[in-house]
Design a protein around this ligand. Structure first.
Ligand code: NAG
Ligand code: NAG
Length: 145
């Protein structure tokens, strides 16, 4: 009887530990491109119709500020989202449409920074220029001689 109880407690303890370690390592076990895929999946599902979507990994331009122990959390992403849903809405409202589903899915726990650019299909047709991300390390991108 006593042994049975002991085993039972042990199993409970182990499964608790397992769950705990699973939660704690969830962020660090995200393989490369998982974040990109996750963002795409969420937005394709939540923003309908979606005319155009780009998830751009800009981490390469921000290497100088990566926290050493959590490199996977330091990624910088740029989102370009084009949808008729943005018609007649303020920038704040448009950003909220994109941000809310990502926030609900806790995407912001996985990334360091996200720049969101929203355009209506008409505006996108006129110009596909999107602003550059602010440079973290200074310089204007011109090569030094
Ligand atoms: C984003 O780019 C950085 C730097 O090139 C790279 O280390 C990282 O793995 C990339 N992340 C994804 C999800 O592709
Ligand atoms: C946006 O506003 C214009 C002008 O008021 C209107 O013609 C159009 O139907 C509106 N579009 C949407 C999607 O509400």
């Amino acid at each position: 009887m006593l042994v049975d109880k002991g085993v039972h407690v042990m199993v409970k303890l182990l499964s608790g530990l397992f769950l705990c370690s699973r939660i704690m390592s969830a962020a660090s076990q995200i393989p490369k491109n998982r974040v990109t895929l996750l963002i795409e999946t969420i937005l394709k599902k939540q923003l309908n119709p979606l005319t155009h979507l780009e998830v751009i990994n800009e981490s390469f331009s921000h290497t100088g500020i990566s926290p050493l122990d959590e490199p996977e959390l330091s990624s910088h992403y740029k989102l370009v989202v084009v949808s008729p849903l943005f018609e007649n809405k303020s920038i704040v409202q448009c950003h909220r449409l994109v941000q809310q589903p990502l926030q609900d899915a806790e995407v912001f726990n996985l990334i360091h920074a996200l720049q969101i650019i929203t355009r209506t299909p008409q505006a996108w047709e006129k110009s596909q220029n999107v602003p550059e991300a602010p440079k973290c390390q200074g310089g204007d991108g011109r090569r030094k001689k």
